[in-house]
Design a protein around this ligand. Sequence first.
Ligand SMILES: [Zn+2]
Ligand SMILES: [Zn+2]
Length: 165
Amino acid sequence: MTVVASFFSSGTWLAVRNLLIFFAVVFWLATVFWIYKDARRRLEDPWLIGVSVMLGVIVPFLGVFVYMLFRPPEYLEDVRERELEIKAMEDRLSKRDLHCPVCRSEVDVSFLVCPICTTKLKQACVNCKQPLEALWQVCPYCETQVEPAAVALPALEPPRRRRAR
Ligand SMILES: [Zn+2]
Ligand SMILES: [Zn+2]
């Protein structure tokens, strides 16, 4: 028997081989777990998460790289945060778009007159004193009929229309 052959039949080789297999399996399971963890943060569809994990299981070691090529670039929480920020910005913009038709200063939807130039913006309900829109026929707060205004009120500028996507 040669030295090499006797080494491979020895107990040392068996131990080394078992250890290598053990580490390979641990690494494989770690990649599968990592895919699961990462996919849950990036994918909403549980089916897609399942497919990603299966990819890691069926294709050991290489599956994780294939997954990295196809995964969405952003975390779900980042996408949600950005959507919230855009919505908040749009809200701010639509509020800011309300201007006095005479002096262009910002006015609130509830203002009856412009506080800067005292232009009358809206009439108040005779009963509950809530500000009424120019086209309203009845007060929505107390159901009192709106009497037609003696003088035509200058229309408030409507909020800028949102661009269609
Ligand atoms: Zn004004
Ligand atoms: Zn009213």
